[in-house]
Write a protein that binds this ligand. Structure first.
Ligand code: NAP
Length: 469
C-alpha cells in the first residue's frame, strides 16, 4: 500500500464527511452535528494534505494557523447574532481571497520550478484568481452594506451594465493572452508579460467585484452573499485543479453547487429572477412609500393579553425585528404559556425573513423552540382563515399583503404569509416604518390588525408578565 493510496483513501473519507455534513445541515434537528461532521472532514483533509508536502515550512504555518484560530474563535464568540449575515459575507470574501492567493502563488511557484506548465493549469489559475478576486471585493461591499458602513441604496449610474460587461471582456482577453502567450515565456526572467497579465487580471477582478455588487441594494445582499458563497466555491474548485488537489475540487464543487441552489431558493421566495436581483437596482425606488393611508388600531399589552388568552389557534410570524430586539427567548416563553393555556401554537417562517437564509430558524433553535412547531408559509396559508391570532414579531415585508394584492407594488408577486387573513393579527413593531425593501405596508391599516407598538422584546416580556400574573 503506497502513501499515495492511503492519502487518496483519506481524501475520499474527507469528501464523504463533507457530503454527509452538508446533508445534515438541511434539517434544524441535525444541523449542529452536520457542522461538526464537516469540520472533522476538513481536519482530515488538512492533515492529509500536510503529509503530501515534501517540505513543511513550520515557521509560516504555525503563526498562520495560530492567528487564524485566535481570530476565528474570538469572532465566533464576540460577534452578535444580529451581525451574523455580514460575518458570513466576510468569511466568503476571505475564502475567495485565499483561493486567489493560492492561484497566484501556484503560478509563480510553477514558473520558478518547472520547465512547462500545462495550458489546463494556466486556465485553472486564471479562473481561480478571477472568481477569487470578484468574491473577495464583492463580499467586502456586501459586508459594508449589511453592517451599515456603506449605504444600503444601490449605486446606479448610466451604462453600468455596459461597463461591467466591458470589464469582463477585457479580463477574458487578458486571460486568453495569459494562457496562450504566457506558455511561450517559461524560463524567461521573473517579471514577464504573463506575470504582468496575471497581476492585471487580479486588479480588474477586484474592481469587477466592487462594481457588480455596489449597484445592488442592501435588501438583496443576503441573496448576493449566497451567490458569492457559490463563487468562493468555484474559486476553490478551480484552485483544486490548479494545484491538483482532489479534495479541494470536491469541497469547492459542493460549496459552489449548494450556494447556487440557495440563491435559487431565495430568488423563488421573492418571486424574482437572479437577473432581476443582479441588474434591476431594486430598492432605489422609494416612491412606493406612504402609498397606503388609513387608521391604525393601536392596542395595549393588557388588551393583547386578553385576545391571546381567549385564542385556540395561534401562529407566530417572526421577522428581522425579532432578531434586532433579541426577543426569541421571550417569544418561546410566551408560546409555552399559551400552550399551557390550551392553545395550539405554531411558528411560521418565511424563507427570506430576517437578513440571512435560516435567520429565524437559528434564533428559534437558540431559544429551544421545538423544531416540530416550525412550519412553512405553504402549510399555514391555506388554513389562515381558522387561525385565531397571527402574532407578527418584527416582520414586515414578508407579511405585506400588497405583494399579493397590488400589482404596482415593488414587492408584487413575492409569496407572503397571509397574516391579514387570520381572525386577528397583532403586529409588534416600534413604528409604521417600512421594512428592508422600503415599501409601505397596508396590513397596518386592515380592520382586523392591532398594532402593539414598542420594542418586540419589551412587548413580549410584558405579555409574558401578564400571563404569569
Ligand atoms: P423587514 O421587512 O426588514 O422588517 C423588519 C421590521 O422589524 C421593521 O419594519 C422594523 O419596524 C421592525 N423592527 C426593527 N427593530 C425592532 C425592534 N427592536 N422591535 C420590534 N420591531 C423592530 O423584515 P422581514 O419581514 O423579516 O423581511 C426581510 C426582508 O429582507 C425582506 O425584504 C426580504 O426580501 C429581505 N431579504 C432577506 C433575505 C434573507 O436571507 N433573509 C434575503 C434577501 C432579501 P420598526 O422600525 O417600526 O420597529
Amino acid at each position: 500500500m503506497t502513501a499515495e493510496f492511503v492519502r487518496g483513501c483519506l481524501y475520499i473519507a474527507a469528501s464523504i464527511l463533507f457530503v454527509f455534513g452538508l446533508k445534515m445541515l438541511s434539517s434544524p434537528a441535525t444541523a449542529r452535528k452536520g457542522n461538526m461532521v464537516s469540520a472533522a472532514g476538513m481536519l482530515v483533509a488538512i492533515a492529509t494534505a500536510l503529509t503530501a508536502m515534501t517540505e513543511i515550512r513550520w515557521i509560516w504555518l504555525v503563526p498562520a494557523v495560530s492567528i487564524g484560530l485566535v481570530v476565528g474563535v474570538a469572532a465566533a464568540r464576540l460577534v452578535k447574532m444580529t451581525s451574523m449575515p455580514q460575518m458570513v459575507g466576510l468569511l466568503n470574501g476571505f475564502g475567495g481571497l485565499a483561493s486567489l492567493l493560492v492561484g497566484w502563488s501556484e503560478f509563480h511557484g510553477k514558473w520558478a520550478s518547472e520547465s512547462a506548465i500545462a495550458s489546463f493549469t494556466m486556465l485553472s489559475i486564471f479562473l481561480t484568481v478571477l472568481a477569487g478576486g470578484v468574491t473577495f471585493t464583492g463580499s467586502l461591499v456586501a459586508y459594508g452594506k449589511l453592517s451599515g458602513a456603506l449605504s444600503g441604496k444601490p449605486l446606479l449610474y448610466k451604462g453600468r451594465n455596459i461597463i461591467n460587461t466591458g470589464l469582463l471582456i477585457v479580463i477574458a482577453a487578458l486571460g486568453i493572452y495569459f494562457i496562450t502567450e504566457g506558455l511561450d515565456e517559461i524560463g524567461t526572467p521573473y517579471f514577464t508579460r504573463a506575470s504582468i497579465m496575471l497581476a492585471g487580471i487580479i486588479v480588474l477582478s477586484l474592481i469587477l467585484g466592487v462594481l457588480t455588487t455596489i449597484s445592488i441594494g442592501g435588501a438583496d445582499m443576503p441573496v448576493i452573499i449566497c451567490l458569492l458563497n457559490s463563487y468562493s466555491g468555484l474559486a476553490a474548485c478551480a484552485a483544486g485543479f490548479a494545484i491538483n488537489n482532489n479534495v479541494l475540487i470536491v469541497s469547492g464543487s459542493l460549496v459552489g453547487a449548494s450556494g447556487i441552489i440557495l440563491t435559487n431558493v431565495m430568488c423563488k421566495a421573492m418571486n424574482r429572477s437572479l437577473a432581476n436581483v443582479l441588474f434591476s437596482g431594486f430598492g432605489s425606488d422609494t416612491t412606493a412609500k406612504s402609498r397606503y393611508k388609513g387608521e391604525t388600531r393601536p392596542i395595549s399589552v393588557e388588551d393583547a393579553y386578553l385576545i391571546l388568552e381567549a385564542a385556540q389557534n395561534i401562529v407566530f410570524v417572526p421577522g428581522y425585528g425579532m432578531a434586532a430586539a433579541q426577543a426569541q427567548h421571550a417569544v418561546r416563553e410566551l408560546g409555552e404559556l399559551l400552550e399551557k393555556n390550551g392553545a395550539t401554537v405554531r411558528y411560521c417562517i418565511h424563507p427570506v425573513a430576517g437578513r440571512m437564509p435560516g435567520h429565524m430558524n437559528v434564533l428559534l433553535a437558540e431559544a429551544n423552540v421545538p423544531y416540530e412547531l416550525l412550519v412553512e408559509p405553504g402549510d399555514v396559508n391555506p388554513t389562515m382563515d381558522i387561525v385565531d391570532v397571527a402574532v407578527v414579531i418584527g416582520a414586515n415585508d414578508v407579511v405585506n399583503p400588497a405583494a399579493r394584492d397590488d400589482r404596482s407594488s415593488p414587492l408584487s408577486g413575492m409569496p407572503i404569509i397571509d397574516v391579514d387573513r387570520a381572525r386577528t393579527c397583532i403586529v409588534l413593531k416600534r413604528s409604521l416604518n417600512p421594512g428592508f425593501a422600503g415599501v409601505d405596508n397596508p396590513l397596518f391599516f386592515k380592520p382586523n390588525t392591532r398594532m402593539l407598538f414598542g420594542d418586540a422584546k419589551a412587548s413580549m416580556g410584558s405579555l409574558v408578565a401578564e400571563f404569569k400574573r
